[in-house]
Design a binder for this molecule. Structure first.
Ligand code: PPS
Length: 316
């Protein structure tokens, strides 16, 4: 079968409607406003975006994963889109499906926008399905990850770059948190777990603690930047693929920051309201916003919260 005949996405959806709470938050009664107009809802005691709706979250928990399914998860702004393209290319010997888009090849079950998928749609999809999630371990797709048939991959990024990337992403956008406050305030909200998906340390550690399960792979953004080839080999071995050096070259080339940003397949331009998604793509861009005092304070919190966990990050 040629790629263009592939029935993987029977209902390709290219046009993304503009986001509105009325349509996409699905229930309005439980929406809340935090500091500086920050929009959110609570699910299982955790701060969530309005487009993660109670019904869709319930579907994501209940969905029966199949042997061969892949689910990649991260705290927001940790390189998950980059990872998703790498995964797609591993499973397709380096070739993306023509006439499709990266977004369209991924299933984000808990989200009403911009990836709306019904249970029927998900059931109809052929294996292997690639799921996206931003949930902590206890809220993961498909029930308890270590007991599921799905291969899980969690990607973490140093939290200084996460908080900066997240600030740009969540500011002044109606579909996101629509945060209108200054960086200093975002910084405090992040450290006190008031941003969507809650406390970064809890999130990352919830997966880190499960990293020894045979169907969980824990990765770091900084390792992907520093040693892409080694990480690609690890990832493909974990997923059971043997890639030729030429295919590995192809994957590295296609998923470079520059190429992902310019390619119509991966640049996410079909989501008009997204803003500048491919912003810096570097390790250490936190230095553009952090003051020395903030950096020292953040380092102190990292030392305290990560002490004894064995988890550490490169910040440069
Ligand atoms: S999201 O919206 O939560 O799903 O964001 P996520 O994809 O997890 O993370 C976005 C950040 O990843 C950067 N990015 C990349 N870095 C390096 N190489 C490639 N190919 C790449 N693609 C995306 C993206 O630019 C965001 O980081 P910042 O620091 O904002 O640039």
């Amino acid at each position: 079968m040629t790629e263009s005949e592939s029935p993987r996405n029977p209902d390709r959806q290219y046009r993304i409607d503009r986001y509105s709470d009325e349509k996409n938050a699905e229930v309005l009664e439980d929406l809340r406003l935090g500091d500086h107009g920050y929009k959110f809802r609570m699910l299982e005691g955790l701060v969530m975006p309005p487009y993660i709706t109670p019904d869709r979250y319930a579907l994501s928990r209940a969905i029966e994963t199949r042997t061969g399914d892949i689910c990649f998860t991260s705290y927001p702004k940790s390189g998950s889109t980059w990872l998703s393209y790498v995964l797609l290319l591993i499973t397709r010997n380096g070739e993306a499906p023509p006439e499709d888009t990266l977004r369209n090849c991924l299933q984000w079950v808990a989200s009403s926008w911009p990836y709306p998928r019904s249970k029927e749609y998900l059931d109809r999809l052929e294996s292997l399905r690639i799921f996206k999630s931003h949930m902590p371990y206890q809220m993961a797709l498909g029930g308890v990850p270590a007991e599921s048939s799905c291969r899980h991959i969690y990607i973490a990024r140093n939290p200084k770059d996460v908080v900066v990337s997240y600030y740009h992403f969540e500011s002044e956008k109606a579909w996101a948190g629509d945060f209108s406050g200054p960086w200093e305030h975002w910084f405090d909200m992040f450290l006190t777990g008031q941003v969507q998906r809650g406390d970064w340390f809890d999130h990352v550690l919830s997966w880190w603690e499960q990293r020894d399960a045979p169907n969980i792979l824990f990765m770091k953004y900084e390792d992907l930047r520093k040693d892409f080839r080694g990480q690609l080999e690890n990832l493909s071995t974990y997923l059971g693929y043997e890639l030729s050096p030429a295919v590995m070259d192809l994957i590295e080339e296609k998923t470079s920051f520059r190429n992902m940003k310019s390619s119509d397949f991966s640049n996410l331009h079909e989501i008009e309201q997204l803003g500048e998604f491919f912003r810096k793509g570097k390790v250490g861009s936190w230095g553009d916003l952090f003051t020395t005092e903030q950096s020292n304070r953040f380092d102190r919190v990292c030392r305290e919260r990560l002490a004894g966990t064995g988890l550490d990050f490169s910040f440069e």
